[in-house]
Design a protein around this ligand. Structure first.
Ligand code: ADP
Length: 484
């Protein structure tokens, strides 16, 4: 168990169903390891299909009254949940780092980011309203109302164990939906700590349910059960499309935030120092394990060498180690398959002509991947078409703007893209030409509560955060009042 928590009660090894903290009726459990040590951090129950059904039923019962609560009351409960997250930010960050690996400073940043969605949607809860349309027939008015979708399944990944949950659950609750959350089996403790705080905030039992354990059985029930009206998923495109197919027979509403393959383009007329900063931020956040991390760095021929040199110096100096150690910038990778994929991508690139331009040093052991800058990357390499999800920065050389745009768009994904130029005309042209849900000009960051987050093409459906984020949990009802 993690030591050093001010409030050890936040660390729970139980699932939350209808206001009860429970173990699996089968007795089965799943071990959770600390990626920095490879040692067991704790265990959570392996909730199978039957208890998932109980959680759905609890959410359905709670929905009947939660949907009717005045919006201001739902807002006040969310505000209280937000305040508790702020009060316990240090403990939440420590739990997060221990199960996920990211440096503590980044974990604290994630808690603040995660909490910001609760605050934002507490505010949005008060602004759910409709409209009145004058009907063509004179005796009629059409009232357009917004209603909660219903019980929502929330399936989230391990790379942001806190914020990916609040970004979905806060708008769901604000809209009047109740939820069954299935966190990643690698990082359930951050989710469970949020459950403790939701309970303390006074959010009624059954509004927030958390089922832990292996995904297939839980996912099958969440997607097949007709009481579940909505699935919001963040994770891989592979699993997202499986879940989409599983939801098809019962025609559920879907929000999917899937994989990316973000290009980061540096044009000849870029501010190179700013571009280096942006590349570091967008490539190495969370050790490269985010879906908006730059996967391909495209650099125009005129600045290629200068950019490579500047970025190389930064990469070489990066500090790798346990996330709990002060000054560490890159923590351990989440697990052995993640390390394998990184090694495979680097080996494949080197075998096809890439070269190592700079490399940091990492502690020995199978938990760590050293940040590396590769030169001479080409589209034939695996890392050009697959997300590496690690601290590997490959440089691709290009000559013309058209070539850069074609390379950038040459992927089935369309989540985030970044580019650097000082020309306003090029900024507008390229900004329009990039087929991505989020585009950063002269910045390596596009994640903020107030901006719509989501992708096009095989990167998903729907948007999270921003004003539109709550629409994902609302239905529109047209109420025709005739004979007036
Ligand atoms: P990542 O690449 O982030 O590991 P995954 O798509 O594998 O993405 O996992 C994201 C989430 O989807 C996790 O909570 C995981 O447990 C869950 N998941 C994986 N497979 C399934 C499945 N067959 N049904 C339901 N959920 C699943």
């Amino acid at each position: 168990k993690p030591t050093g928590l001010a409030d050890p009660d936040l660390f729970r090894e139980a699932a939350l169903i209808g206001g009860q903290w429970v173990q699996a009726t089968s007795g089965a459990s799943v071990e959770v390891t600390d990626p920095a040590t490879g040692k067991v951090l704790g265990r959570v129950p392996d909730i199978g299909a039957e208890q998932t059904r109980a959680a759905i039923d609890a959410a359905d019962r709670a929905f009947q009254s939660w949907r009717k609560r005045p919006h201001a009351e739902r807002a006040a409960l969310l505000e209280r949940w937000f305040a508790l997250m702020e009060d316990h930010a240090d403990d939440l960050a420590l739990i997060l780092t221990r199960e996920q690996g990211k440096p503590l400073a980044e974990a604290k940043g994630e808690i603040a980011y995660g909490a910001s969605f609760v605050k934002w949607f507490a505010e949005e809860a008060r602004r759910i309203d409709g409209s009145v349309i004058p009907a063509p027939a004179g005796d009629r008015q059409i009232v357009v109302m917004k209603e909660p979708v219903g019980v929502s399944a929330i399936i989230t990944p391990w790379n942001f164990p806190n914020a990916m949950i609040t970004r979905k659950v806060a708008p769901a609750l604000a809209a009047g939906c109740t939820v069954v959350i299935k966190p990643s089996e690698f990082t359930p403790f951050s989710a469970l700590a949020l459950g403790v705080l939701a309970e303390r905030a006074g959010i009624p039992e059954g509004v927030v349910n958390i089922v832990t354990g292996m995904p297939a059985a839980i996912g099958a029930e969440l997607t097949a059960n007709p009481t579940v009206r909505k699935l919001s998923f963040t994770g891989s495109t592979r699993v997202g499309s499986i879940l989409m197919a599983q939801c098809a027979p019962s025609v559920k509403r879907l929000s999917l935030e899937l994989g990316g393959n973000a290009p980061f383009i540096v044009f000849d007329d870029a501010d190179l120092d700013a571009a280096v900063e942006g590349a570091i931020a967008s490539k190495f956040r969370n050790g490269g394990q985010t879906c908006v991390c730059s996967n391909r760095i495209l650099v125009q021929a005129g600045v290629y060498d200068a950019f490579a040199q500047k970025l190389g110096a930064r990469v070489k100096a990066m500090r790798v180690g346990p996330g709990t150690e002060a000054g560490v910038e890159i923590g351990p990778m989440i697990n052995a398959p993640a390390i394998d994929k990184i090694r495979r991508h680097v080996a494949d690139a080197l075998s096809k002509g890439a070269t190592i331009l700079a490399e940091a040093t990492a502690p020995s052991g199978d938990q760590y991947a050293a940040p590396v800058l590769l030169g001479g990357a080409t589209t034939e390499m695996e890392l050009a078409s697959e997300e590496t999800f690690g601290p590997v920065a490959p440089l691709f050389r290009f000559e013309t703007e058209d070539e850069a745009v074609a390379l950038a768009n040459g992927t089935p994904y369309g989540l985030a893209a970044y580019f650097y130029t000082e020309s306003h005309k090029r900024a507008w042209r390229v900004g329009q030409a990039l087929e991505f849900g989020m585009v950063g000009l002269n910045t390596g960051s596009v994640s903020t509560t107030v901006s719509p987050f989501g992708g096009v093409k095989q990167s998903g459906l729907g948007r999270e955060g921003a004003r539109v984020g709550i629409d994902e949990y609302l239905e529109t009802k047209a109420f025709h009042m005739a004979g007036l």
